[in-house]
Design a protein around this ligand. Structure first.
Ligand code: FES
Length: 320
């Protein structure tokens, strides 16, 4: 069984072609190599895992939503702050008529405050997702978080200045806040798109596995509730025999590509589930849906049957 990379992945090192990559990309990638952050990351990860009950972690991951909750919440924060900064920029540029100035400041304050309030659950969901990432991703995630905490602090300072009647400095702080939040958003987007945090690591399976029926196991050699690995073409799948029949799912866990064939079968609310050995996501064997996170995306389920020779056959099911 492969080791859990959350604790053992050595981290990717700069490639020989790093110098040829655009400067912006190198800057966004830089935190991945700051291994000194691991001294902070390890105890923080253990703390998050220790204090959160599973139901709360699943709520904050977005398991119930079928989509990571963190980027959904972040839309409210960034949208509110962007709108507040836009109003403040118009005021600073003198484009707001005098009779509308008070209304503009009140609007900017309300938007900045809405962003600060919605930042709280966004931060909680971010930490929850972060605790189940690879070390490389966690380093980048820490810098992403630091940028956004700085932005939150700057917007709070802007609100304080506005409350003290110092509207000009409040407006400038608003612009500083959205600039910092933009940096945080860029790091968050890079973490998701380049470093694949939050993306499904099983979505490709229906696209790359060859069509038609393929023998993946011998039925008589399967032990009830003991997963084994098979292959459809070159694509690994996990085969599980239960009292109800045989299930075949993609072997690469949708969370971070852990090997489900190294997992175990359990029962969640009476339903047979396959539990990933890396971070404990549970997938229902009947349809591949998520019973427990940190995974949020379902596990691709293949059609399966037992032929007359006792072979377990599996076939990729076209996406609905
Ligand atoms: S790889 Fe994280 S739960 Fe499977």
């Amino acid at each position: 069984m492969s080791a859990d990379p959350t604790t053992s992945h050595p981290g990717q090192r700069p490639s020989a072609t790093a110098a040829t990559r655009p400067l912006l990309l190198r800057l966004l990638d830089a935190p991945v190599h700051w291994t000194g952050l691991d001294a902070v990351a390890a105890p923080a990860r253990d703390l998050v895992r220790a204090v959160e009950p599973r139901w709360l972690a699943d709520l904050l991951h977005g398991t119930w939503l079928g989509h990571p909750l963190h980027p959904v919440l972040a839309q409210f924060v960034v949208g509110s702050w962007t709108s507040a900064a836009a109003v403040d920029a118009l005021s600073l540029a003198g484009l707001v008529p005098d009779d509308l100035a008070d209304g503009a400041d009140a609007t900017a304050a309300a938007l900045a405050g809405a962003g600060v309030v919605t930042a709280l659950p966004t931060i909680a969901s971010g930490w929850t997702d972060w605790a189940e990432l690879h070390p490389d991703q966690q380093r980048l995630g820490l810098v992403h978080a630091a940028s956004n905490y700085t932005a939150t602090a700057v917007f709070v300072a802007s609100l304080v200045q506005r409350w003290r009647g110092r509207t000009t400095s409040a407006r400038w702080l608003s612009l500083a806040g959205i600039s910092t939040a933009t940096l945080g958003a860029a790091l968050g987007g890079h973490l998701s798109y380049r470093w694949a945090a939050g993306a499904s690591h099983a979505e490709h399976v229906p696209h790359v596995a060859p069509e038609g029926w393929h023998r993946v196991a011998a039925y008589d050699e399967l032990v009830v509730d003991e997963p084994v690995q098979g292959h459809v073409g070159d694509v690994p799948v996990v085969v599980v025999r239960t009292a109800a029949g045989v299930s075949v799912l993609a072997d690469s866990c949708s969370h971070l590509a852990g090997p489900l064939s190294g997992g175990r079968v359990t029962r969640e609310h009476g339903e047979a589930c396959l539990v990933c050995p890396w971070h404990g996501s549970a997938f229902r064997l009947v349809d591949g849906s998520v019973a427990a996170g940190p995974a949020v995306a379902p596990q691709p389920l293949l059609a399966s049957r037992v032929d007359v020779d006792g072979g377990v056959l599996a076939r990729v099911v076209p996406l609905p």
